[in-house]
Design a protein around this ligand. Sequence first.
Ligand code: GLU
Length: 423
Amino acid sequence: MNQPLSYVHPTANSPWGTYLSQVDRVLPYLGHLARWSETLKRPKRALIVDVPIEMDDGRIAHFEGYRVQHNLSRGPGKGGVRFHPDVTLEEVMALSAWMTVKCAAVNLPYGGAKGGIRVDPKLLSQQELEKVTRRYTSEIGVIIGPQQDIPAPDVNTNAQIMAWMMDTYSMNTGTTATGVVTGKPIHLGGSLGRVKATGRGVFVTGREAARRLGLNLQGARVAVQGFGNVGSVAAELFAEAGAKIVAVQDHTGTIYNPNGLNMAQLLPQSRAKGVAGFAGAEAIADEEFWDLPVDILIPAALEGQITAARAQRLKARLVLEGANGPTVPEADDILASRGVLVVPDVICNAGGVTVSYFEWVQDFSSFFWDEDEINQRLDRIMGNALQQIWDTADRHKITLRTATFAVACERILTARQERGLYP
Ligand code: GLU
């Protein structure tokens, strides 16, 4: 009855293809709600915009920008904006869909959305970066807003970029709309704890998963792929809990020290110039990262990193998905059959959007909480969500990923059904 979408051509392991097969796996657990499931396989709205700017040397450059609102049944759209030369519509669609599932999994009153610009921000001056951000914000201004769709940071975007987005939207609407984006600087309505929230959520869910596995964090060996805002914070928290961070891979290279990397020295160096050349470790080939003897693996970079071949090789007992979509469906099955526990992205990295929600609530009420309150609420929300997901997984004997989809899709499709079709 329903034809596949004509505007994307997913493959089995591409981001949207991965997401579609994750939806297929949850269908048997949706009962009467499965009738509405096609809605999960179609974004509600996808906007493609041209982003032209004048470069510092006088040339006019055009970039491709996107904002996809995957589902708005449970509330306004929510999700980050990614600046990366490889961003595509198909990728942003998948990322927006994972936001729908993630927000429902932790029961935040949001739908799912995501945005991106096909640009390498490292090749732009600060002035060019500001222009790209402002023009993109203006172009997507027709569909974003504090009650419509609320962007946030993602890969290569940060609090400064959110400040420019907030200012541009505010100028265009004649308001001071702090609630239009989250992940803002603190004195512009940002929330304490937001910067570290995603990494903290990875740690909180990882600690609980380790406890259930009987894996002692004291001395546990951890490998981290991606050392940005998610991977570096998660690594820091695991190290504080007594784990040894033995390997880190980022875009500059892969480093390994079986005795554990010195976090106090690595963190400042990695922020300044990446992990390559770090004195307290040996450099290894990137592909060797997947063979290392570790207990916990944290993919915290981009999609599609855990392929079937790598899933066969990796030694970890526990995989914590800090990134969105790091594991392809075939690899998911291999890990499950090998008894490797995967805490999926849609719950593992939900700490960021949870504190984004706190930020949005604080902006509305113009009343700001202290960091302890934020971290306690974050721990409680993520702990409770994980508990419910775990119970669902045990009840149906399914993976944590399918269980997270089951909990989330029930909420999304119940809202869909109760709202009814218009007209
Ligand atoms: N970009 C983050 C994510 O993928 C955070 C999104 C948000 O805070 O809205 O979950």
